[in-house]
Design a protein around this ligand. Structure first.
Ligand code: VGL
Ligand code: ZN
Length: 238
C-alpha cells in the first residue's frame, strides 16, 4: 500500500518536472473579432475591505488582466445603486442583510448597502487593466428594481441595451468574468444565450458570494441555459 503511494507520488513529481512545450496546445475556443469579454462588477465594494466583499475577490484581477489582451472587444459592468436602493436591507425596516423578501417583480435577496452612485465602493478596482474597454454598462440604478444581469433588469422587462449594442458591433460570442459568480456573473451568462450569443464563463476569473448553496445552483442554471464553463488556461490566443 505504502509502496504504491510512493510510486504515485514519484510519478506525479516526474510529471511536474517534465519540460512543458513553450506554447502548450490549448483545446478551448479561440476569441476572435466576433467575441467580447464582459467584465462584471470588479468594484471596490465586492473585494476585500468592501461593504459586500466576495471572499478572495481580488484574485480575479490578475486573471482578468491576462485575459483582456486576447479580446478586441471588452465591455465592463458596474453595479451603481441609488442611496436607499430597494435591494438594501437598510431600506426595509426590521430586515437584515442576506434575508430574502418579496418585491413587485419577485424574490429579492437583501444586501448590505453597496456600490452607491459616486461612492468609492462603486469605483472599479484600481488594479484592473482594461485599456481597450469600449463600453461601461451601469446597472441597478432604478431605485425600485435590482439588476444582476448586464442584459436585463430584475423586472425581466427593462433592457440595458447591451444585447443590441453587441449585435450592432457584430459580436456573436461572449466570455463572462468577474464578480460574483453566483449572482451578477451567473445572471449575465444565463441571459446571453437567450439573446443569441455563444456564452462562456471563465471560472477562475470569477469568485462567489455563496449564500445557501447559491454557487452550486448558479452552476446548474448556467449549464441548463447552455453556458460553457471553462478555465482561463483553456483559452487560445487569437
Ligand atoms: C452583486 C449582489 C448585489 C454582484 C451585485 O455583482 O454579483 N451581488 N449586487
Ligand atoms: Zn447590487
Amino acid at each position: 500500500m505504502k509502496t504504491i503511494a510512493w510510486l504515485l507520488l514519484g510519478l506525479s513529481a516526474l510529471a511536474d518536472a517534465a519540460p512543458k512545450p513553450a506554447s502548450a496546445p490549448r483545446s478551448g475556443p479561440v476569441p476572435d473579432a466576433t467575441s467580447a469579454l464582459i467584465v462584471v462588477d470588479v468594484q471596490n465594494c465586492f473585494v476585500e475591505g468592501g461593504s459586500l466583499a466576495v471572499k478572495d475577490g481580488l484574485a480575479v484581477v490578475p486573471v482578468v488582466n491576462r485575459l483582456a489582451p486576447l479580446f478586441a472587444n471588452v465591455v465592463v459592468t458596474q453595479d451603481r445603486h441609488t442611496p436607499g436602493h430597494a435591494s438594501f436591507a437598510s431600506s426595509h425596516p426590521g430586515r437584515k442583510p442576506f434575508e430574502t423578501i418579496a418585491l413587485s417583480y419577485g424574490p429579492q435577496v437583501l444586501w448590505p448597502d453597496h456600490c452607491v452612485q459616486g461612492s468609492d465602493g462603486a469605483a472599479l478596482v484600481e488594479g484592473l487593466r482594461l485599456p481597450t474597454a469600449q463600453l461601461i454598462v451601469r446597472k441597478g440604478f432604478h431605485p425600485d428594481v435590482d439588476s444582476y444581469s448586464a442584459f436585463e433588469e430584475a423586472d425581466h422587462r427593462t433592457s440595458t441595451g447591451l444585447a443590441a449594442y453587441l449585435k450592432a458591433r457584430g459580436i456573436r460570442g461572449v466570455y463572462v468574468v468577474g464578480l460574483a459568480t453566483d449572482f451578477c456573473v451567473a445572471r449575465t451568462a444565463i441571459d446571453a444565450p437567450t439573446a443569441g450569443f455563444a456564452t462562456f464563463v471563465v471560472e477562475d476569473a470569477t469568485r462567489a458570494i455563496e449564500l445557501d448553496g447559491s454557487l452550486a445552483a448558479a452552476m446548474v442554471s448556467m449549464r441548463k441555459a447552455g453556458v460553457a464553463v471553462l478555465r482561463s488556461a483553456d483559452l487560445a490566443r487569437p
